[in-house]
Design a protein around this ligand. Structure first.
Ligand SMILES: [Zn+2]
Ligand SMILES: [Zn+2]
Length: 176
């Protein structure tokens, strides 16, 4: 009896952690996938890797992965830049908007099951997969990154716990 071939791999934890962990899974399961490392960004050379966003089992966005990189503020997580033929979209899977991420080895596809689980602490709207997220380091509330930065710049406090916060020039929110 041959061992059951693994064709689908759960890479949710790797995606939530950092791009290097994701690349390590891709490289060890899709052996001839070529990429170039540019600082902390992995540029996919032949654009073979697909990415599909799914909700309740059906796909609503598909494209080719252009690069896999880290967040601009160096916080945990992975950003996928995806070409869907009309534009380049940046996808930010995180625990607020993603249920799981599966690497389908046969189809050479990363399947992201999305769900809006969290509302923005500033505007009250859902945090979606295309949104960058920022959080309060004290109470763990979450918001759209731009909204959180604007709020902290204006009010110097968290919209939820009201404790003193500040924001660096690179957009990192810290305890003041
Ligand atoms: Zn918002
Ligand atoms: Zn707070």
């Amino acid at each position: 009896m041959s061992p059951k071939e693994i064709t689908k791999l759960d890479i949710t934890n790797e995606v939530f952690k950092e791009p290097f962990e994701v690349i390590r899974q891709i490289a060890s399961n899709l052996e001839d996938m070529k990429y170039t490392k540019v600082i902390q960004t992995f540029v996919m050379e032949d654009r073979r890797l697909n990415l599909s966003l799914e909700r309740e089992g059906s796909s609503y966005f598909k494209g080719k992965v252009v690069w896999i990189g880290n967040k601009k503020d160096d916080s945990e997580g992975t950003i996928f830049c995806v070409d869907n033929k009309t534009e380049l979209k940046q996808i930010n899977p995180n625990p607020e908007n993603t249920e799981k991420v599966i690497l389908d080895i046969k189809k050479e596809t990363i399947k992201v099951s999305t769900a809006s689980k969290t509302k923005c602490a500033v505007c009250g709207k859902n945090i979606e997969i295309f949104d960058e997220v920022a959080g309060c380091p004290l109470c763990q509330s979450r918001a759209h990154k731009e909204h959180m930065i604007d709020w902290v710049r204006m009010k110097h406090s968290c919209p939820i716990c009201k404790k003193s916060l500040n924001v660096s020039s690179s957009g990192v929110i810290f305890i003041d």
